[in-house]
Design a protein around this ligand. Structure first.
Ligand SMILES: [Zn+2]
Length: 405
């Protein structure tokens, strides 16, 4: 008998795999390698061949059922690490059958209120001192359970390719990704939230550094001589649209986010994140920064402002739209599991966006985890079970379509 997704999930969240933006190592923390090795042993015990790289990326593959070797390979990807925002060490989870009302999290004073549709379902919560780690150990548990079940039930399937990547939360999950070795031409990441969710649109992202050169002078004798870089930087910022900031935008709206500033009289720096779903709009945003700088340079008759812009990641929509069957098949797999599919926007980046840009189109599927990166993170057991069923159905849908084609 295959292991229930819940007990597998509870085993996985006991591993501390918080990634670190500052260690400079690959993987950024040793716990991720420990988890990858443990998962490799589990795969081998199932009879699935796999390897773990030095950078803690796990690749596993299940060969196609005899006669289906020519089917296109189906790739499934999840990440090993947890957010560096909240500790994931010594997670003390409990499973509550929810009958309504707030679920208290240990003695922390925090509570969780699941959506009404989860009444009577089992909810996995923390004690309020750590995150849960459903992001993304729910995804890993679901993929492993799927593998175990497809083998046990002897369901016919095409080639299956699995990857568990490190350091997704610090944006380095695809740094060492072995595209050729992975062996699939498309994949799904299991790194989403609410059941039924499919995500294939994320931000276009760029970073802009505005450098302001000032001129220092003794304040007592500065008249007509000092050029204060800090006040000049504030003037620059005042030229940007005040409503287009993270705290005033949602849905499809983009923003300029002043994420850091520093300075003194002689030099100041403003760091902006530019975000939008539309590539033309991204160009407009970059141009606004450049024209604000040139306006102020003219106004003060000095080359005080300089803008450096670097692209970060792209909206994956343009890559996913070229392979529409990926979303169509996921919709079909969900409907067969009795789940109503819906698409949602990722107001951020994802490893799937980088994979898609590098030629591995990769929409993101739900996991049944909620409240990621927080102490109120929780997971719904019945939804995690549905996610396993969705993966089984997905393998069926791919087989049926390929056989028909
Ligand atoms: Zn995640």
């Amino acid at each position: 008998m295959s292991e229930p997704v819940l007990s597998r999930f509870l085993r996985l969240i006991a591993f501390d795999t918080q990634s670190s933006e500052t260690s400079g190592l690959h993987p950024s923390t040793p716990g991720q390698k420990v988890l990858a090795d443990a998962l490799a042993s589990e795969f081998r015990a199932m009879g699935v061949s796999c390897r773990v790289t030095e950078q803690a990326c796990l690749y596993a593959e299940i060969p196609a059922t005899e006669g289906l070797e020519n089917l296109p390979a189906l790739g499934l990807i999840a990440h090993l690490d947890t957010s560096d925002a909240v500790s994931g060490k010594d997670v003390r989870a409990s499973v509550v059958t929810w009958e309504g009302g707030d679920i208290p999290l240990g003695k922390s004073g925090l509570t969780v209120r699941p959506p009404d549709r989860m009444k009577g379902m089992r909810i996995v919560v923390t004690d309020g001192t750590t995150l849960l780690g459903a992001d993304d150990k729910a995804g890993i548990a679901e993929i492993c359970t799927f593998c175990e079940r497809i083998l046990e039930e002897k369901r016919p399937h095409g080639p299956l390719k699995i990857a568990f990547t490190p350091d997704e939360e610090i944006g380095e999950g695809t740094l060492f990704f072995d595209y050729a070795g992975f062996g699939a031409k498309f994949a799904y990441t299991l790194d989403g939230g609410a059941i039924g969710g499919i995500e294939y649109e994320n931000f276009h992202a760029a970073r802009a550094k505005v450098c302001v050169s000032g001129l220092s002078a003794h304040p007592g004798g500065a008249k007509g001589r000092m050029f204060n870089a800090q006040t000049a930087a504030m003037e620059f910022h005042s030229l940007l649209p005040p409503a287009e900031v993270p705290e005033h935008t949602s849905g499809r709206e983009g923003f300029y986010h002043l994420c850091a500033m520093k300075g003194d009289v002689s030099y100041a720096e403003l760091d902006y994140l530019l975000r939008t779903f539309d590539s033309d709009d991204m160009e407009n945003r970059k141009n606004l920064l450049l024209s604000a700088a040139s306006f102020l340079n003219k106004k003060y008759k000095r080359e005080a402002f300089r803008v450096e812009i670097a692209d970060q990641y792209r909206n994956m929509r343009e890559f996913i739209e070229k392979v529409p069957f990926l979303t169509e098949h996921a919709f079909e797999a969900m409907k067969r599991a009795g789940v109503t599919p819906f698409t949602s926007l990722i107001r951020g980046g994802t490893d799937g966006a980088k994979l898609s840009r590098n030629g591995l189109p990769c929409p993101n599927l739900c996991t049944g985890g909620y409240g990621a990166h927080s102490r109120t993170e929780f997971a719904c057991v019945e939804e995690m079970e549905s996610c396993v069923q969705i993966l089984l159905n997905l393998a069926d849908v791919f087989r049926e379509h390929a056989v028909r084609a």
